[in-house]
Design a protein around this ligand. Sequence first.
Ligand SMILES: C[S@@+](CC[C@H](N)C(=O)[O-])C[C@H]1O[C@@H](n2cnc3c(N)ncnc32)[C@H](O)[C@@H]1O
Length: 203
Amino acid sequence: MDSVNQAEFWQQRYEQDSINWDMGEISPPLKAYIDQLPESAKNQAILVAGAGNAYEVGYLHEQGFTNVTLVDFAPAPIKAFAERYPSFPPEHLICADFFDLSPSNYQFDWVLEQTFFCAIDPIRRDDYVKQMAALLKPKGRLVGLLFDKNFGRAEPPFGGSTNEYRQHFAPYFDIEIMEPCYNSHPARQGSELFVMMHNQRQH
Ligand SMILES: C[S@@+](CC[C@H](N)C(=O)[O-])C[C@H]1O[C@@H](n2cnc3c(N)ncnc32)[C@H](O)[C@@H]1O
């Protein structure tokens, strides 16, 4: 189980093109979410962690969002993204372990979650929640998709259920939406929750 905590595990998956999680396009519910944001959101600080090939980041960039940060600890997808989007600011492409990001250097208005939580070793779920809360500004929000399904395997994706997720997130986030997703990609119909939750941190 140790290996999923290490960049080499994921880097190898990219090198071997063994990336069955990769949909090759932005996830439809996330596109719909981004499309309804007001013009005033375009300069907000946004994080996409464990972004992989980062179709969401590419879409945000194409739509004129100016302050988007991509984090992944595998170098291969970051290099590929930089080649696809030469106009994307390179200082916003961070090849680092999410858990090592310093909240005193990074503070975001919102974070987009897309198959990152399910890639984290389940014993680190509380660490993920605490780190997200620390990287989000007070009242900042975590928006995205979580699997509504247990895969029952000792390898990613690690799924879960509403009850379990609430136990992890509720101490740090006010959960506004955690509901079955109605507009999932066809390959993920019936297996995702759309979530939106707000950081409880006051300062
Ligand atoms: C299942 S993939 C999902 C990639 C992308 N979100 C997508 O949907 O195609 C998980 C990604 O998280 C990255 N990752 C896993 N643990 C990480 C960590 N601790 N810090 C940074 N990136 C991590 C992996 O390198 C991989 O790119």
